[in-house]
Design a protein around this ligand. Structure first.
Ligand SMILES: [Mg+2]
Length: 333
């Protein structure tokens, strides 16, 4: 499977993501576990333009360089104790006089990985070519392939950041099991292959601290840290959070609702303490297309045990809601 993936990735990198259906790839309404081949093809095709932009536009590269350059310009101010603007991460707030607890804490900068430091657009191109959806097992093969690229400007900025603060990589790349107490390499490989593969790739790309396991927080890596917000709060117990860099609102706040409720207070952090890298391919924003299916999904799928089962179950009502919404917004006849 890995070799197949690599062949496709190399092919797609050479050709961009030209989309030329063949007879064998023709769209058919075949029932799959979560929907139909037609539905899968539709969903994968939706990331075509975003993937083209990420792989071929000078503007995407420029936007990333601009974000990291802006962050670099703020490094000194953001990591200096006592000069932070008030934000959600209140540990950065306040004076840093001799009696202040903040004075004793080192500054920390937290980075998301995918589509913040690592460019996975080749995996997206593979999805389009294969007319398939994101899949956890396929993603793990992609991570193992170590084909992700560094986003423009990322390596140089993280190197600079590591000289000014303690850096952490907080990512939704996932461990199969928590590895809090795992020391044995074989067990570590079995329980969290994505950690080792990610560290290896990041080391080859030149990111600092890539060999330091304590710099990484993957999803499910620690049993008691089940969200990025929980991880940030954990890091904040021993650091002043100086800067956050991500591609999704949840790299900065617990939820969109929290941000919306506090936007007046939080928005001034953009460009000063918070830096966002554009990601046109995925995130929570496309959910607006399937929001109408929430009740149907709940009724049909809430009894299922695992997230994977629920995701498959939700696929059909979400797909139908998306199609209905698109028909209203973009009627073709
Ligand atoms: Mg990300």
């Amino acid at each position: 499977m890995k070799s197949l993936l690599l062949i496709w990735v190399i092919f797609l990198l050479l050709l961009g993501c030209e989309h030329t259906p063949t007879k064998s790839q023709s769209v058919e309404s075949v029932e799959g576990p979560g929907g139909t081949d037609e539905a899968n093809a539709q969903r994968s095709r939706e990331i075509l333009y975003a993937t083209l932009w990420m792989q071929h536009s000078a503007e995407y590269r420029a936007a990333a360089l601009q974000a990291f350059e802006g962050a670099r310009a703020q490094l000194k101010t953001a990591t200096k104790c006592g000069t932070a603007e008030a934000g959600q991460l209140q540990q950065s707030k306040g004076t840093c006089g001799a009696k202040s607890p903040w004075a004793k804490r080192p500054a920390a900068i937290i980075f998301d990985l995918d589509e913040t430091l690592l460019d996975n657009s080749a995996y997206q191109a593979f999805q389009i070519k294969q007319r398939e959806l994101y899949d956890d097992d396929r993603w793990e093969i992609w991570v193992k392939s170590e084909e992700a690229l560094a986003i423009a400007g990322a390596v140089d900025f993280v190197k600079d950041a590591s000289k000014a603060a303690r850096i952490y990589y907080v990512t939704n790349r996932e461990c199969r099991k928590p590895i809090d107490k795992v020391k044995d390499e074989l067990k570590l490989r079995a329980d969290c292959p994505q950690l080792l593969d990610t560290m290896s790739r990041m080391e080859k790309l030149g990111f600092p601290k890539a060999k330091d396991r304590s710099a990484f927080y993957l999803k499910g890596m620690y049993a008691d840290l089940q969200s990025k917000e929980a991880i940030r709060q954990k890091i904040a117990t021993k650091h002043r959070i100086a800067m956050l860099v991500g591609d999704n609102l949840k790299d900065f706040v617990e939820s969109q609702a929290v941000y919306a409720d506090n936007e007046a207070k939080l928005a001034p952090l953009w460009g000063k303490r918070w830096f966002i890298i554009p990601n046109p391919a995925y995130g929570s924003w496309p959910d607006v297309l399937s929001a109408d299916a929430d009740q149907e999904v709940s009724e049909a799928c809430s009894h299922l045990a695992t997230k994977k089962e629920k995701d498959y179950c939700a696929y059909r009502p979400e797909y139908e809601a998306r199609m209905n919404k698109l028909k209203v917004w973009f009627p073709l006849e």
